[in-house]
Design a protein around this ligand. Sequence first.
Ligand code: SF4
Length: 294
Amino acid sequence: MRWSARQRAMLQAMGLRMWDAPPSSGPGADPDGGEPAAAAASPVLQAKAAAPGLARDERSERRPDSPLPERARGEVGPLLPEATDAGTLDWPALRAAVSSCRACALCESRTQTVFGTGNPDADWMIVGEAPGMHEDRLGEPFVGKAGQLLDVMLHAIGLTREPGPAARQVFIANTLKCRPPGNRNPLPDELARCEPFLVRQIELVRPRVILALGRFAVQALLRSNEPIGRLRGHLHRYHGVPLVVTYHPAYLLRNPLDKARAWDDLRFALEVWRRCDTECEHRPRQAEAIPASE
Ligand code: SF4
């Protein structure tokens, strides 16, 4: 299996070095060398050692090993502002409801809400945790160094935030639409009150796959206190949509040795997306381009 120049550039940008496996004539081999990066058979990937003084991202004070606030494991009730039923809103009404929301105390400290961005018909939905300082200022999710790494991760499996077919595009949102002050950890009540907005976004996008990034997003969506290490590598579902777990790019900036695991997760997500041909009853596939590398 040969890696194209583009694939090598993407993986190296993620901080992964690779050695080509011996040429294979078995399943997955592509005689033209045009195999999608994420479908590659058994590449040996190794994260680079952490560079001394590696820059911490803008949300670095949210420590990955800090305890998760205990969250009720039962169903989260509708806790939206009175007279607001997110489950009936279209995109403009949902955006307006988020921007005017005062359902939790985060409305007091935010600069603006961060609704989410991307193709509303995208096959992929990326769900992160909460806006950081730059996101709060710009009103966009995943900006700054973590956003740059997310872009590289997406490109590595043929996805992009840039205009393109739905199969290549993503819709990106967070579990919280407002920044916790000082980038503190989200509180259970904040997550519960904000969740109906995310649920409605998922209903409107109808993604084939949700890629959940980071411990807080993952544990909030899955109602679990298990560490990501135990949740990744398994197929989960959120409101019926297949969900794959991986690390938050901000975590990967601090822990580059885990980039190889993140790469495994991305390949798994791509495989789930492909299986959606037969398993995604919530969104029958239409004739459209599929992600493929040059
Ligand atoms: S975090 Fe969510 S629930 Fe809280 S004020 Fe912002 S939009 Fe409303």
